[in-house]
Design a protein around this ligand. Structure first.
Ligand code: 5GP
Ligand code: MG
Length: 177
């Protein structure tokens, strides 16, 4: 039986349920609210994959929070070179920035983005990633706020896609390719 009801390619199993997602996202938000209580925090969400995560995260954050978006497309796998297709709307200079990502795999994309954002002279910059495929990392990258460590499987749902599909699933699923 198809559990995603979305064409021929289907989700093989549910990896993280909606309840576990909400529980963990609220824990991350609590930690963020404590850590940035003196300064506030500027979320920079990386589109498109992180939009659902970011939307849930900000609603659990209890301190002043600023949100901006950056949209990227990868030039090809394993290079880490990304094209910025939509840049931030406002300056992050002097702000305490939290880059919000859906998933860190090799770490190349996040590392490239962090370098790019650092040049804009934020007061500080940290990474918040919902999912971490830590076994796949090829670049050392400190992830201060990490939701779940997951194995090397291809996941979809909760904002994440396979060929632009499955972003609407309320859970994280593993795809049967
Ligand atoms: P990295 O540069 O860390 O290898 O790749 C990070 C990006 O690859 C993520 O932001 C995400 O867009 C994509 N990615 C990596 N693993 C997965 C996965 O399992 N599912 C989906 N939908 N995207 C993934
Ligand atoms: Mg991404």
């Amino acid at each position: 039986m198809k559990i995603s009801n979305d064409g021929d390619i289907d989700v093989a199993k549910v990896l993280i349920t909606p309840d576990r997602l909400q529980q963990r996202v609220s824990e991350l938000a609590l930690q963020i609210s404590q850590d940035f209580s003196e300064t506030g925090v500027a979320l920079v969400a990386i589109l498109r994959g992180s939009f659902v995560f970011a939307a849930d995260l900000i609603r659990y954050i209890t301190i002043p929070v600023y949100v901006d978006f950056m949209s990227i497309s990868s030039y090809g796998s394993q290079t880490g070179i990304v094209r910025i297709t939509k840049d931030l709307d406002e300056s992050i200079r002097g702000r305490h920035v939290l880059m919000v990502e859906d998933i860190i795999d090799t770490g190349l994309t996040a590392s490239y983005l962090i370098q790019n954002l650092r040049r804009r002279e934020p007061a500080s910059i940290e990474i918040c990633a919902l999912l971490d495929k830590s076994a796949r990392r090829i670049i050392d990258l400190p992830i201060k706020y990490s939701g779940f460590d997951i194995p090397d499987v291809f996941v979809v749902g909760y904002g994440m896609d396979y060929r632009q599909r499955f972003r609407n699933l309320p859970y994280i699923g593993v795809l049967a390719l």
